[in-house]
Design a protein around this ligand. Structure first.
Ligand SMILES: [Zn+2]
Length: 97
């Protein structure tokens, strides 16, 4: 008798908030031009039968909640640099409106 057991595998990923300081949330998205980017802790696992086995990605990203645009960052310093650049973008936007 032949029994077929399907191996269900896939990728599981989840984000959790990295820093909920208002300074770091509501950043400008260069892709969809909304102020909807925020830093997240990102984890991706290869999973078999819904059990995460192998980590594919484990790190920090800034993510747009509208269009899902993402960019890696490694340290708070890098994040602060992005935030500082964002201040200029926001100032320019205010000038245009
Ligand atoms: Zn976006």
């Amino acid at each position: 008798m032949f029994m077929f057991i399907p191996i269900i595998c896939g990728v599981k990923n989840w984000d959790s908030p990295y820093n909920t300081d208002p300074r770091y949330t509501g950043l400008y998205c260069p892709n969809c031009h909304n102020l909807s980017v925020e830093p997240v802790k990102r984890r991706e696992f290869f999973q078999i039968w819904f059990i995460p086995i192998v980590p594919i990605y484990w790190g920090k990203q800034i993510r747009c909640s509208i269009c899902n645009w993402r960019q890696d960052f490694k340290t708070d310093e890098e994040l602060n640099k992005v935030v500082n650049e964002q201040q200029h973008i926001k100032q320019n936007m205010n000038m245009h409106y």
